[in-house]
Design a protein around this ligand. Sequence first.
Ligand code: NAD
Length: 485
Amino acid sequence: MTHPAQPKASHFINGEYVEDTAGTPIPVIYAATGEQIATVHAATPAIVEQALSTAKAAQTAWARMTGTERGRILRRAADIMRERNHELSVLETYDTGKPLQETLVADATSGADALEYFGGLAASLTGEHIPLGDDWVYTKREALGLCVGIGAWNYPTQIACWKGAPALACGNAMVFKPSETTPLCALKVAEILIEAGAPAGIYNVIQGMGEVGGALVTDPRVDKVSLTGSVPTGKKVYAAAAEGMKHVTMELGGKSPLIIFDDADIDNAVGGAINGNFYSSGQVCSNGTRVFVQKGIKEKFLARLAERTGNAILGDPMDEATSFGPMVTENQMNIVLGYIEKGKEEGARLICGGKRADMDGYFIEPTVFADVTDDMTIAREEIFGPVMSVLDFDTEEEVVARANDTEFGLSAGVFTKDFTRAHRVIGNLEAGSCFINSYNDAPVEAPFGGVKASGVGRENSKEAIKHFSQVKSVYVRMGDVEAAF
Ligand code: NAD
């Protein structure tokens, strides 16, 4: 019997499902059981061509619609996503293995927020009038044209909407390639946009590995590439996009610092560290995986952290009581277990977890290491799993320097009751998305993105509009033209 997660076909182009079984089969494995639940096929060159030419052809008419009309469609799509939240959350859980307890509140809902927010902004995208005596300049905010979105596997619905909603609001068309690990959810986003009244061809989804992504990025018809992925992939995609002078948004990895001062409320700080390390089993780019704890509260913090981490409920992700799911794939599980071994070998003190959970699926126990030093592998490299490194510090000056000593710069957080210090520390940290007495909140109203190797550009908020549109400036002369000859 066909599993309910199996899509009708692999791709969604020009308003309908499209199949081409000549493409490499991509198995979809449910991470909680290891069972294959669906198969899709990577896009063949013919499918890539069909998606790009369709999107290119559909874009002009879409951009000519008024912002109010485009926005209405996006907002209708948001409503449909919310009505179907349960069904979409179950699919997200099949795609990623994340527990339903999370997907019910963080995925289709976040996607719907993006559609609603950018749907609301669409009608307000205007230019300026710049008076110059009798003459004037006016500016127009125009679409970039054909945009490509490439997703990572941790938030397949959210990423499809975080890229699609601002792109479409600005009058662009999009071809979106989800991660080959989680190909299912973006197809639903495409389907819902059509149901909401979007013209066929303005949002297309095609499947495939890096090769398909590469074919999209290098196509001369493409004006912009927005990637969510790792730093090594980001470097390749950025370079390929530069070759064609394309616009880019790069949402890449991190090794973000979370700094906890002696005066912090311990339970709030522990809660922040848990949210910043164990949500989605640690598979979150902005995670605060280097937890710097001031020496005065270190042991108290570790004791409370171990106690609360012990309350995590590992189990069937479809059971709403489950609060901690598996790694997305067996491969990712093995990578993370490798890092845990490195932590042990290099002398970090294991506080809790530290191994694969004794159950089906790719579960790793939430793991905390203390006495981690700056040079250890687990303090330097992005693990993308449930492994928290706790490091000690004495002074503010010292911790800021150590926190910044990394190639990454996605996020940073600080817990303290001293607000002057909180703002000063955040001001001195090299990171794009920061938190004071909180961690990992990502409302659509707030810009999201990194500095240094963690990325270029911003998603969400009014900032995202700048990255999916361009300004045309028009000089208007009212009098005669003076010329030298
Ligand atoms: P990845 O870099 O392996 O793949 C990301 C996407 O890029 C996939 O769809 C993949 O098929 C595609 N791709 C790979 N090579 C390509 C190429 N040469 N040309 C075009 N496309 C190519 O990342 P992943 O393992 O799927 O996701 C995990 C990474 O993503 C982590 O580093 C994580 O921090 C990062 N991430 C960042 C954010 C953010 O917003 N900053 C959010 C989620 C994940």
